[in-house]
Design a protein around this ligand. Sequence first.
Ligand SMILES: [Zn+2]
Length: 173
Amino acid sequence: MSAVLAAVPQPRDTDARDLPHWSEWLVGQLDPHWRADEWDGEMNIFTGSVDNPLTAAHYCRVVRCTAMVEAFNSYCSACEYHRRKKNTEDRADFAETHQPGVRYARPVGKAQFTLAPQSATVRTEILYALQQRDQMEVILVPARVRHLTGKLPAGLRSLFDLDPGFAASLEKL
Ligand SMILES: [Zn+2]
């Protein structure tokens, strides 16, 4: 997780607190067309596409299920719950035969993350980091970004305002 943070460049200018200038400069570095089918820049929500090999997003292993999971060939939590309740002999073709029930829509799904609660500067910093990682073909795991953003202090103005020990305090995912 600290790798995302590490991909944010140090402000070139001497004063990292000059946020308007820093933020403006960083916005200029962003690719406005970044992952156009996954990133909604108006809502600030990322929804992973199963068609992007650089995203950890796959359909649930159950053929009729449309839920997204992060690990290839795995079951969503609802299907896994039903699979566990089955007898062993019924589990063999579970993926082919299970009929998922009504699914409750969740505000942020498995293959999603939102940057809406973050300040404009933090949002830009994270997007920049993710775009840099794309250039290195690092797979984007939405849960890791969710984990990171969930740990950011409320009202954070810039990632550079984080305590030096913050990255180390994140759980390894
Ligand atoms: Zn499922």
